[in-house]
Design a protein. Structure first.
Length: 472
């Protein structure tokens, strides 16, 4: 056995898993939020403009009422003549309340002096801007109490004398109405947005349910519980299931052909080698001994490479897996019978159910070699322990089989030699010397690793790490 590990797992980090459903819901939610926000801004803007027009219309009505009150016709004159009369307009009670926020003024266009003003001003000035030659103007000013006033000014001429009539009203109530409308729109759109997100979530969940069925069907094939993927799926993904089934069938056919070729090659080589070996042993002499020696090496090499080819073919079979506990329990019982005379006590510890992602005969090959080797060298005790792991590099689910004994153990140099192909550390113990090298090769083919170290029991600790199959 060896202190070196047979690692072939790719040294790259697995890409982060991203949920397709979450991505669809997120994109739809973001666009819905943007659309609802724009709709809210548009609605509030429309309401504000409509409110401003209504507000200005009200101010314009008051201006017209003031103009009609200022004009008085002298009926006794030979020709009806208009003259200016001091207005006392109280069309709205707020024009009579002191500093109520509703004001009107009348002045000559060529003088800033106020001729007439509403009672609500109580002598305070209403500083309206000049409108120049314009016939009318609307804007915002600061009132006597510091509040915002929206003021409308109108130019009129009476007996060729230009006058400026200004009517203003506080905007506090106007902005309060706009704010209240904005708040109600925001609440309404938030409720609508939440409803839309919930509807989108349900739509995505229902729409992607066939993908969950496809994944479950593929998982059943991968775990060896089914031979084919279910094809009764929506027409958008049914072709994918058909292609996957074709791939599975093709994979199995390729593996079967590879196994057949390996078997044919094994039979084709074994017979000539056996004939050569028998003839050499019958002839005798130095040449015959050398031929026998080289024939044995050739047989070992052929056996090794054929075994690797068989393992590689099995490794690529789709949908093959097995439970570890039955395989290991069967091996331990067999080793107990084989080494009964040595009185070896073999303990087995596996806390949870673990499924090996591979064929049971490969698991039996690897673990059997380790347990058999431990029993050969142990004095009285062998411990077998199975634990779950996770590869920090690839985030794959793995498990370990640890086999320890209380035998003499190995030095670090001997551990390194133990897994060399065909290398035997003790010729007095029966065996071909291929067992541990096959374990290392097979572990590497499965993307695992095989290590040797010193055991707490005093002997050798062999640790085999292999991929496990997580049930979904």
């Amino acid at each position: 056995m060896t202190a070196e590990s047979a690692e072939v797992a790719p040294n790259v980090k697995a890409p982060p898993q991203r949920s397709l459903a979450a991505r669809l819901v997120l994109v739809a939610a973001v666009w819905s939020a943007i659309a609802l926000a724009l709709a809210g801004v548009f609605l509030v803007s429309l309401y504000q403009r409509a409110s401003e027009r209504a507000f200005d219309t009200q101010l314009e009505i008051h201006i017209k009422a003031l103009i009609s009150e200022m004009l008085e016709t002298d009926a006794d004159a030979p020709e009806a003549a208009a003259r200016v009369t001091a207005p006392t307009y109280r069309g709205d009670p707020r024009f009579s309340l002191p500093l109520s926020g509703w004001y009107w003024t009348v002045r000559r266009a060529d003088s800033p002096a106020i001729l007439y003003a509403s009672e609500s001003l109580v002598g305070d000035p209403l500083n309206v801007p000049e409108i120049g030659d314009a016939e009318s103007a609307v804007g915002f000013i600061t009132g006597p109490t510091g509040d915002e006033i929206r003021v409308m000014q109108q130019r009129i001429s009476i007996e060729d004398v230009p006058y400026i009539i200004a009517v203003g009203a506080a905007t506090a109530g106007f902005w309060a109405d706009v704010s209240e409308f904005s708040r109600m729109v925001a609440i309404t759109l938030c409720v609508v947005g939440l409803g839309l997100i919930l509807a989108i979530f349900l739509q995505v969940r229902v729409g992607l349910r066939p993908l969950s069925r496809l994944r479950a069907s593929l998982s059943a094939v991968r775990q060896g519980e089914a031979d084919r993927i279910e094809e009764a799926l929506p027409r958008e993904i049914a072709p994918l299931a058909v292609e996957l089934n074709a791939l599975i069938v093709s994979n199995r056919e390729i593996v079967e052909r590879a196994r057949t070729h390996v078997g044919n090659l094994a039979h084709g080589l074994k017979t000539p080698l056996s004939v050569i070996s028998n003839e050499a042993r019958a002839s005798g002499g130095p040449l015959a001994d050398k031929v026998s020696e080289q024939t044995a090496i050739m047989s070992t090499q052929v056996q090794h490479h054929l075994e690797r080819a068989r393992m590689a073919a099995q490794r690529r079979v789709i949908g093959v897996s097995c439970e570890t506990e039955p395989v290991l329990s069967r091996l331990i019982r067999a080793m107990g019978k084989i080494y009964r005379e040595k009185g070896i006590a073999v303990t087995f510890d596996q806390a949870s159910e673990i499924r090996f992602r591979g064929e049971s005969q490969d698991l039996e090959e690897m673990s059997g070699n380790l347990i058999d080797n431990a029993c050969k060298w142990a004095v009285s005790k062998v411990a077998v322990k199975v634990e779950t792991l996770q590869d920090p590099t690839t985030n794959r689910d793995m498990f370990s089989i640890t086999v320890e004994d209380d035998g003499p153990g190995l030095t670090p140099e001997e551990r390194a030699e133990a897994v060399k192909r065909g290398r035997r550390l003790d010729e007095t113990v029966p065996g071909t010397g291929l067992g541990l090298s096959i374990v290392a090769d097979l572990a590497a083919l499965y993307g695992g690793k095989f290590t040797l170290d010193g055991s707490d029991l005093g002997g050798l600790k062999a640790k085999l790490i292999l991929p496990s199959l997580t049930r979904e």
